[in-house]
Design a protein around this ligand. Structure first.
Ligand code: GLN
Length: 574
């Protein structure tokens, strides 16, 4: 049995309280004290993984090195820590049941009745213990959903059993709740927290720490009231007030000594807390020397969580230059050739992110054409790389029917094809290339300059590949370069236009590996190139207009949106 200790994080009252950020922040603090941590998310829904779920519904699908399609909380875990996450770090009721049912069909249960307790709860504990390897001091397991949900019951029972397994000093229960402010009464209300803790206790779990979300924090009296009604030590009632950046949360937790409380409960020795690099990063984030404006032309722009890692990677790219990145989310469907310039000329750089399906493709092509012709830095990610090559073939090489088989299976020029349709390429079996692949870079390229290394590894999640045998000659004859490829199998990974300030498309998703303390090289280079353009061209007329708008007293909401680093200006207009 591994000697890891465990922290279990549950949520109460309502969803979206930021359990993922709370878990990541505690893990971050433990790392800052020299402990080795890992994080895990257990989701009670029945989908086997989020791979098939729409980003409109579920937000981004985060991809790990080993090719697991996971919940976006794993993105937070990786950005806040150095934990290496694998498919064992995310499980759902669906995946647990799938495993149990396969065993049952094989006859592994030897004729016994297969039941939620003990079989499902055993399988959940197995999943938790799987990540508690010898090199891990503390495992943080977050239970998705809200206490009181029917579907999360087996998970709550499993973590209760875990306490039996590892003893009282082997685990800590953290419960994240809400302390709402009722304006009519002018008061903060502790009752929802009391009820949620009562519910948790009815399931056999007494929380050790309460992380209470309260817009502006709370007084000592409120803390004492919660402490006494919920039977949680006073210092373990943590006020989690709203902050301007999620990266501030570890700092807030450190001030309330959450790490000390955890270490004390777990009887763990650790070094002093070194939060300085993290705090410096937050300081730089809040004090940029200037700003740069990036237009993201995509399909899910109205959904806050669908480009989570991308948004963070852009922020990190800005941090690398001490710049604030203002992101304009532009609905691709709304862009047409005649108006593209007017819609996009306020941006210093254009980015087309990943996506699936045909919606918005023609608008993306127009945005890319605008960037290419006007020498605006362009960054195409996965779908954004495919559309970049299609645009080049259509508008520069004269291959007017160029398309991806995904958007038009009947097109004469199918430039992107499913693996199995590619001539001379062995079918790898699965329909999707997902997870980390190595990539060899060509010298003297934007990519090589950004990474400063000849060989890299990045994560993938796509089905269609560049039809290299048929179209490499055409694009390279016309000036596009293939600057990154997979060793041995020769899949095209990166294309660039060298006669452009910065113009790069990559078949992989670099955003998954960006961290605030380690900005991803391509994002850093793209944001840098965009800022250079801004210095050359000055801020656009449209932007000056926007700034004027910002100064108006009635535009408070707008100012709040901008200060959170997210601009929805464009999606509202289109
Ligand atoms: N739809 C494209 C493909 O499957 C791109 C996928 C993506 O952007 N992640 O190849």
């Amino acid at each position: 049995m591994a000697r890891s200790k465990f922290i279990f994080i549950t949520g109460g009252v309502v969803s979206s309280l930021g359990k993922g950020i709370a878990s990541s922040s505690i893990a971050n603090l433990l790392e800052c004290r020299g402990l080795r941590v890992t994080l895990q998310k257990l989701d009670p829904y029945l989908n086997v993984d989020p791979g098939t779920m729409s980003p409109f519904q579920h937000g981004e699908v985060f991809v790990t090195d080993d090719g697991a399609e996971t919940d976006l909380d794993l993105g937070h875990y990786e950005r806040f820590t150095h934990a290496t996450l694998t498919r064992a770090n995310n499980a759902t009721s669906g995946s647990i049941y799938e495993r149990i049912l396969a065993r049952e069909r094989r006859g592994d249960y030897l004729g016994k009745t297969v039941q939620v307790i003990p079989h499902v709860t055993d399988a959940i504990r197995e999943q938790i213990n799987k990540v508690a390897t010898d090199d891990i001091d503390v495992v943080l397991t977050e239970i998705g959903g809200t206490i009181g949900d029917i579907e999360s019951l087996p998970f709550v029972e499993a973590i209760r059993q875990m306490r039996q397994q590892v003893g009282r000093n082997g685990c800590v229960f953290v419960h994240v709740t809400l302390v709402p402010y009722i304006a009519a009464a002018g008061e903060l209300k502790t009752k929802p927290t009391q009820h949620s803790v009562k519910e948790l206790r009815a399931l056999g779990i007494q929380p050790d720490i309460l992380v209470c979300r309260a817009e502006t924090g709370f007084s000592r009296e409120i803390r004492e009231k919660i402490s006494s009604f919920c039977d949680v030590d006073r210092e373990a009632v943590i006020a989690a007030r709203d902050v301007d950046t999620v990266y501030q949360v570890p700092v807030e937790f450190a001030e309330q000594r959450v790490d000390d409380i955890v270490l004390d409960r777990l009887r763990l020795e650790a070094g002093p807390r070194n939060l300085k690099p993290w705090k410096d990063m937050v300081h730089r984030l809040r004090n940029p020397r200037d700003k740069v404006s990036i237009g993201v032309v995509g399909k899910y722009v109205d959904y806050e969580d669908s480009y989570k890692s991308l948004k963070e990677a852009l922020l990190h790219g800005g941090l690398a230059h001490d710049l604030e990145v203002e992101v304009g989310w532009v609905e691709a469907e709304g862009i047409v050739r005649e108006t593209a310039k007017g819609q996009l000329d306020r941006y210093d750089g254009i980015l087309v992110p990943g996506g699936f399906g045909i919606r918005g493709i023609e608008g993306m092509i127009e945005a890319i054409r605008y960037a290419r012709e006007n020498l605006v830095p362009y960054f195409g990610i996965c779908l954004g790389m495919q559309v970049m090559v299609i645009e080049f073939l259509r508008n520069v090489c004269g291959v007017s029917d160029a398309n991806s088989a995904e958007f038009d299976p009947e097109a004469r020029d199918r430039v992107f094809l499913k693996l199995r349709e590619l001539k001379g390429v062995e079918d790898l079996g699965g329909t999707m290339r997902v997870g980390a692949w190595p990539c060899r870079l060509q010298p003297e390229s934007f990519a090589h300059r950004a990474y400063g290394a000849p060989r890299i590894s990045e994560r993938h999640r796509h089905r269609y590949e560049f039809n290299r045998p048929e179209y490499e000659g055409v694009i390279t004859d016309n000036g596009m370069r293939i600057t990154g490829e997979t060793p041995e199998v020769d899949y095209v990974e990166i294309c660039e236009l060298p006669d452009h300030p910065w113009y790069l498309g990559c078949q992989f998703h670099p955003e998954f590996k960006s961290k605030p303390l380690e900005p991803q090289p391509l994002f850093k280079a793209f944001v840098g190139a965009s800022y250079e353009r801004r210095l050359r061209h000055g801020s656009s007329a449209a932007e000056r207009e926007a700034q004027q708008f910002l100064r108006l007293p009635w535009s408070r909401t707008r100012r709040a949106i901008v200060s959170s680093g997210v601009s929805r200006w464009d999606s509202r207009e289109s």
